[in-house]
Design a protein around this ligand. Sequence first.
Ligand code: HEM
Length: 181
Amino acid sequence: MRSIAARSRSPCSWARPPRFHDPHAEVQGLDAVPRERWPNVRAVHFSFDLMVGLGSYMALVALWAGWLAWRRADLAHNRWLMRAIALATPAGFIAIEAGWMVTELGRQPWVIYGVMKTRDAVTPMPGLIVPFLTFTLLYCFLGVIVGWLLYRQILRSPDVPEWRGFYMPAGSGEPGAGSGG
Ligand code: HEM
């Protein structure tokens, strides 16, 4: 088998190394690559849009909250801000997964670019479905437990009087709030 360095000198287009640090380098599109070496373009595009969409959403919510805080608004009682933040809670995690999909799907069909295809790297070891399913089910089970514990903690969470005047103007809030109970 030839070395990567030897391959990168080969005349094949896929083996041509990218020219970094060169502002005049030609950016090659997918049409420069034979169709059979394309990744699943739809899946890569969707994952990228999801990642960037969620990133932009989180940035906008942060700007909104920052602007309200700068105007000394009552953040904790702004229902729409609270809803937007609640919606943003899983967004970072989903964006990380989507970003990973962009990278992993986007480099297909290669597992090592220009050297080895993913299908040639699949292990011949039989029975791997058993640990795969076992661990998947175990983590799903643990995930449900964590969700339930968090839900229980939130239901039982105490009123924290010292937050008043910091996250929200002193004296604001529901009747009876801040009594320390
Ligand atoms: C908002 C604008 C964003 C842009 C323009 C952007 C752009 C990119 C690009 C181009 C890649 C592919 C890199 C490659 O060539 O392999 C990537 C990968 C990735 N992105 Fe984003 N991204 C954005 C937001 C986010 C956010 C908000 C997160 C997570 C909270 C995120 C997490 C990731 C991860 C985990 C990868 C995979 C890294 C790897 O496996 O090498 N991205 N992003």
